[in-house]
Design a binder for this molecule. Structure first.
Ligand SMILES: Nc1ncnc2c1ncn2[C@@H]1O[C@H](COP(=O)(O)OP(=O)(O)OP(=O)(O)O)[C@@H](O)[C@H]1O
Length: 244
């Protein structure tokens, strides 16, 4: 999980668990596009995500779910369109946009040399949210028993829980989650769904790429379709057309 740009950006303002910027604002995406390796992989995407709503991001492998989440997290440039969170434009003020977001990607981005507890403590310190909050996140994800273990020695599921626990350490209104239940056992997957539910119940919003059903009441769906391929130019050469 990462709070984009973020490291240090929110320090001091969130101590004691107070809310950060942007609660109450909607995400508005219009005509969004993204290129990867010179290829348009997302095109003309528009949707809106209001406070108190969660959307399951669906679509076949390679359709662009991770790309969309990484773009909105500010890690990939947009090729076209706009993304606004309330009055804040991703294109015009990426840092301010990122301060409204908590991103949990495929890579859990934990510090392998640090213990589980120190990973969360570091995260809380960077964002000025305090040790009590890190301890609460540790407990919520059932990580107390392995609090002293270096993250490098954690299993995939334990590392994933540690990565996700950081969602609870910072207080961002918009959660962008990329396959958050991968590697998790049934109870932990259920916990993730519960936490998303609690987040939206308090006015947050979540966009969650997932291949499984989260079992979250009221969860909407945003299904991505591959961009229409430009028709290949016809060649007069039968060899190139495969008619030889
Ligand atoms: N690092 C990369 N460099 C270049 N192209 C990439 C890169 N990562 C993904 N792509 C391409 O971007 C497109 C969208 O990939 P993306 O990972 O966003 O899909 P996805 O919907 O998240 O897939 P999955 O369900 O398999 O996780 C694919 O065509 C993929 O080949």
């Amino acid at each position: 999980m990462s709070a984009p740009r973020g490291e240090g950006g929110g320090e001091g303002r969130n101590a004691g668990g107070g809310r950060g910027e942007g609660w109450g604002d909607a995400l508005a995406v219009e005509g969004l596009g993204c290129d990867r390796a010179g290829r348009r992989v997302l095109s003309g995407l528009s949707f809106r995500l209001a406070p108190g709503e969660a959307l399951a991001l669906k679509g076949p492998n390679g359709v662009g779910k991770s790309t969309l989440l990484r773009l909105l997290a500010g890690f990939l440039p947009m090729a076209e369109g706009t993304a606004m969170h309330g009055p804040v434009s991703l294109a015009a003020d990426r840092a301010a946009f990122q301060e409204r977001i908590a991103f949990a990607g495929h890579l859990d981005a934990v510090k392998p040399a640090l213990t589980v507890a120190d990973n969360l403590g570091l995260w809380a310190g960077l964002h000025g949210t305090g040790a009590a909050r890190a301890a609460a996140a540790l407990a919520r994800f059932g990580l107390e028993r392995i609090a002293g273990r270096p993250a490098a020695e954690c299993s995939a599921g334990q590392r994933r829980r540690l990565g996700l626990a950081r969602l609870l350490v910072i207080d961002r209104p918009l959660w962008l989650l990329d396959e958050p239940t991968v590697s998790l056992d049934t109870a932990s997957a259920r916990l993730v769904a519960e936490l998303i539910g609690a987040h939206i119940a308090r006015g947050g919003a979540a966009l969650v790429a997932t291949h499984i059903e989260l079992g979250l009441p009221g969860l909407g769906t945003l299904t991505l379709a591959p961009p229409a391929e430009a028709a290949p130019a016809r060649s007069a050469d039968p060899f190139l057309e495969g008619r030889w």
